[in-house]
Design a protein around this ligand. Structure first.
Ligand code: MF3
Ligand code: CO
Ligand code: CO
Length: 265
C-alpha cells in the first residue's frame, strides 16, 4: 500500500492514511447502531427508529449516505422479518418477537462507513435466534477468509458452506461492495462461490461483507415501492454487515462494536 492505485478489476488499493479515514467513519456508523439498540422494543415504529438515527447523524455532524441516494429518503434501511434488505422505515409497529436489520451508512470527512446488524423486539423465537446466530457467524467466517492472496471466491465459499451447512440459504440477488471515498465501488462481493475463484485480495482493498441468509429458499422479489426486497417464500431473513480493509496479515474491521451481536431477549 505504498501508493494508491486501481487493479485490473477496477478495485482501488488504498494507503495507510486511508485506513484512518475509514476507521473514523466506521466508528460513527457503529456508534449509531449501538445507540439505537435500546430503542428497539414492541410498540415502536420503524419510522421512529429512523427518526432517531437521522437526529444522531445530524448531532454528530456527519452526513447520511442514503438520504438522496437514488431517490432514497431515509437515514437507514430497516428490514423486518421476511424483508431481506432495503426496508423503508415508516408506520410499521414492531411486535414481540419481530427480528429486524438496521443498516446505516454515514460519510465522515469524505469516507463511507457502512454497517448493519440484527435486533429483536422483545423475545425472539428459537428459529429466529438460530437464523441470527448462523448469519452472524457466516459473516465472521467470510471475514476470517480475508487476507492478501486469498480470493473473493474464498470469502463467498466460506459464507455459503457455513450457512448451507446449517440448512439455511444464501441470498444471491444482493451482494457486498467495494467502498471508501465512494458508497458502492467494484468489486461485487458475492456471499456464495467457489474457493480460488474471483479477484485476488490485496492489502489496501476496502469492501463490505453483508450476507443475507434465509431460513427457507434464497429467491427474493422487490415490492412495488421499488426498494423493499422480501423472500419469495415469506421465510425469515437476516443480515449483518461490516466494512473492512485488507491488511498485511488479514483485515481490519472498521465497524466493530462489543454490541454488534444483539440481545436475543
Ligand atoms: N447500506 C446499503 C448497503 O449495504 C445500501 C442502502 S442504499 C439505500 O449497501 F438507498 F437503500 F439506502
Ligand atoms: Co453495504
Ligand atoms: Co449497508
Amino acid at each position: 500500500m505504498d501508493q494508491s492505485h486501481i487493479t485490473k478489476e477496477g478495485i482501488r488499493i488504498h494507503v495507510r492514511e486511508d485506513f484512518a479515514g475509514m476507521r473514523k467513519a466506521g466508528a460513527v456508523a457503529s456508534q449509531i447502531l449501538d445507540e439505537v439498540g435500546p430503542l428497539v422494543r414492541p410498540g415502536v415504529t420503524t419510522g421512529a427508529l429512523d427518526d432517531f438515527i437521522t437526529r444522531r447523524v445530524e448531532e454528530l455532524g456527519v452526513t447520511s449516505a442514503t438520504i438522496g441516494y437514488r431517490g432514497y429518503e431515509h437515514a437507514s434501511c430497516i428490514s423486518v422479518n421476511h424483508v431481506v434488505c432495503h426496508g423503508i422505515p415508516g408506520d410499521k409497529i414492531l411486535a414481540d418477537g419481530d427480528i429486524l436489520n438496521i443498516d446505516v451508512t454515514v460519510i465522515v470527512d469524505g469516507w463511507y462507513g457502512d454497517s448493519s446488524r440484527m435486533y429483536v423486539a422483545g423475545k425472539a423465537s428459537i428459529k429466529a435466534r438460530r437464523l441470527i446466530q448462523v448469519t452472524h457467524d457466516a459473516l465472521m467466517k467470510g471475514i476470517e477468509a480475508v487476507r492478501p492472496g486469498a480470493t473473493f471466491g474464498d470469502i463467498g465459499a466460506a459464507i455459503q458452506t457455513y450457512a448451507e451447512g446449517h440448512g439455511m440459504s444464501v441470498v444471491r440477488d444482493f451482494c457486498g461492495h467495494g467502498l471508501g471515498r465512494v458508497f458502492h465501488a467494484p468489486p461485487n462481493v458475492l456471499h456464495f462461490g467457489r474457493p480460488g475463484k474471483g479477484p485476488v485480495l490485496e492489502e489496501g482493498m476496502f469492501f463490505t461483507i453483508e450476507p443475507m441468509i434465509n431460513l427457507g429458499r434464497p429467491e427474493t422479489k422487490v415490492l412495488a415501492d421499488d426498494w423493499t426486497a422480501v423472500t419469495r417464500d415469506k421465510s425469515l431473513s437476516a443480515q449483518f454487515e461490516h466494512s473492512i480493509g485488507v491488511t498485511a496479515n488479514g483485515c481490519e474491521i472498521f465497524t466493530g462494536s462489543d454490541r454488534f451481536f444483539p440481545d436475543l431477549g
